[in-house]
Design a protein around this ligand. Structure first.
Ligand code: GDP
Ligand code: MN
Length: 349
């Protein structure tokens, strides 16, 4: 089925203001980077993502790439990634204190919880590094010293695809339109991975009502109508989230007092390890509560795939994906789309 929620005629989807074209007069360059947490073993998949993004966008703008790893990058990794771009590449090691399992996590309890999660078919539950990765992406990446002077980032994972030519500076677009966060795909999550995330969030809100924004997206976060089973198992959270393997965002939000307090609360509660909280629901809940929902932008014009889901606009600028198709996986996966809820409560932005 054609799930293109826009119904817009072909060619109208691309944001094409000449103001943001490459080399436009008066262009003040935004402090921004392409950002990838990646393992040395994923080099070929990273090269694939880079080729797509350089071809469709970055060769026109040459924003630097910043690669992060919990172990040093190999010479081969550095050589082959740098060879794909004219932009500067930076290779950064994550400090131990940002990656290690925190001291307050009880290892026996962690191992025990992992078994339960596995029985409930929570993906990657037994991989300690996956928990560490989710925690780092939730609350630590933007604290890396290499990003101290950087405001905006575009998160890129290995093995993703970009399909559409984008002719404007997306970072300047974010800045000039006062946007905090941009997404392409919005999905339901596995409630088994986050049973106490919403209850912890409610506790936090009770302690810190001052952080909740008056123009929040609470009704998107708590919708029950479409998938009541998810809301029940997640104890009041719809599980709808921005799929964070793609993010174009302003780190000022993560660096704010509201988010700092929220992340610390969650971190202390242990759910990154005793459950398998993802950075996607954590980021999404924070944005939905503490940010003005009008500052969240759907990049409808960026054709994107991370297996098994697509964002595929209806535009002649896109090649290699099928317009409007969410997935070429099994039919039941279509149920995972939460964009209709976002449009219902927040609009097309
Ligand atoms: P999925 O997208 O949820 O299936 O998870 P991925 O395996 O793609 O991991 C998410 C991101 O974190 C990817 O960019 C990975 O390269 C990266 N990642 C995951 N675990 C590690 C790790 O232990 N070390 C490093 N350096 N990167 C990791
Ligand atoms: Mn991935």
């Amino acid at each position: 089925p054609n799930l293109d929620p826009t119904g817009e005629p072909e060619g109208k989807l691309i944001y094409a203001s000449e103001e943001y074209a490459p080399g436009a007069a008066g262009t003040a360059r935004t402090s921004a980077t392409l950002l990838a947490l990646v393992r040395n073993e994923e080099l070929d998949d990273m090269l694939q993502s880079m080729r797509d993004l350089e071809r469709t966008w970055n060769h026109k703008f040459n924003y630097p790439w910043t690669f992060f790893n919990d172990v040093p990058f190999t010479e081969e990794f550095k050589k082959k990634t740098q060879a794909l771009t004219n932009a500067e590449c930076r290779y950064e090691l994550i400090p131990d204190e940002h990656w290690e399992v925190p001291s307050w996590i009880n290892n026996d309890l962690f191992v025990e919880s992992t078994k339960t999660l596995k029985e409930q078919k929570v993906q990657y539950a037994e991989l300690v590094s996956y928990h560490q990765m989710c925690r780092w992406n939730s609350g630590l990446f933007y604290k890396h010293p290499a990003l101290a002077d950087v405001q905006y980032y575009w998160r890129v994972e290995p093995k993703v695809h970009f399909f559409c030519d984008i002719d404007y500076d997306v970072f300047r677009y974010m800045q000039d339109n006062n946007k905090t966060y941009g997404f392409t795909i919005n999905l339901y999550d596995s409630p088994q991975s986050i049973p106490t995330l919403w209850p912890e969030t409610l506790k936090f809100m009770a302690d810190h009502p001052e952080h909740v924004h008056e123009n929040n997206a609470m009704n998107w976060l708590t919708d029950r109508a479409r998938r009541p089973d998810h809301n029940d198992k997640a104890n009041g959270y719809s599980t709808c989230h921005f799929w964070s393997n793609f993010e174009i965002a302003d780190m000022s939000f993560w660096r704010s007092k509201a988010y700092e307090d929220y992340f610390n609360h969650l971190d202390r509660s242990g759910g990154f390890f005793y459950e398998r909280w993802g950075d996607a629901p954590v980021h999404s809940i924070a944005l939905g509560l503490f940010e003005d929902k009008s500052r969240i932008h759907w990049f409808r014009d960026i054709g994107y795939q991370h297996i098994p889901f697509f964002n595929c606009p209806n535009s002649p600028k896109c090649k290699g994906c099928v317009t409007g198709r969410l997935t070429d996986g099994e039919a039941f996966l279509h149920r995972e789309d939460c964009r209709p809820n976002w449009f219902k409560y927040v609009g097309m932005g």
